[in-house]
Design a protein around this ligand. Sequence first.
Ligand SMILES: [Zn+2]
Length: 316
Amino acid sequence: MAVIKPLKPSHQLQLFRALSARKEFSLEESQYFHSLQKGYEGEKRWQEYLKELPPEIPILYDLTLNINHTTFQIDALIIYQQHITFFEVKNYSGNFTSQDRHWYHSTDKEIKNPSIQIERNETLIRQFFKQHHLHLTFDYLLIFVNSEFMLYDATPRKNLILPPQIPSLIKKLKQISHTPTIHHTKIIQTLLSHQTEQPLFVIPDYTYHDVAKGLFCKKCNQRMERMANRNRMICTSCKTVYSFESALLNLIDEFSILFAPMRITNQVIYEWCNRIISKSTIRRVLGHHYALKGNGRGAYYEKRIKHIKANEEVDQ
Ligand SMILES: [Zn+2]
């Protein structure tokens, strides 16, 4: 499978993750964080299915496009010959009912009808294709990946894929042949070069002063402490061990996500880690992975384009 644009947590999810250990969420924030995590789990599940497709089929995840000042997001798409299939992935669980154009959860609470979201996106995609002179047909599938999802009163609809229908859909997609052409390269380039910022739907309430400083475990969100006589951090809860380097890279990533306009300096990161790791170690890690800009008192660090993955932990 040719993954042209890989699946990554959205900026919004990264922001909430970075904050989750560092502040108490309001009810609205924690519900929203939960829905972001659940949505991402669903996308990862769909990614597992798409791994079964032949390697020559281009796959792109998480596109944010803009047409006529309207932003829209696409969870995944595959390109074959003169056709694109778009996927909207939902990780809903529980019992739902659809009546006319309305969707209800078993609690009788009305939810947004996901088909309407797709219809809106279809219109925007048509406009996007037209504006960029892309001559293609497309279909748009609404995929329910969670096996605990049940929809009652669903009139059969061609683009609605329920969990038991996924294996036969994948089987069908696997049979499609694809020969890459210049036209495909143009489509991919057009899609990638028109990426726009992901919209932030819920902006959590925080300032530098009211979030907890220090190092937190990637796995369980609990505080980490220095291991005696070793250049390692250990999680106080799940006991995962991190090298100073991986703990620091993760810490700096979180800082950049939460406080984007603030410049990264040795002193700033020293305070952000609660003075747990020495300035000389921070300087070494920054020097390895970040580019030094400016000089003297105004010097700061910027992420290099090729940045080593920050979140790998080391074994004992
Ligand atoms: Zn942990």
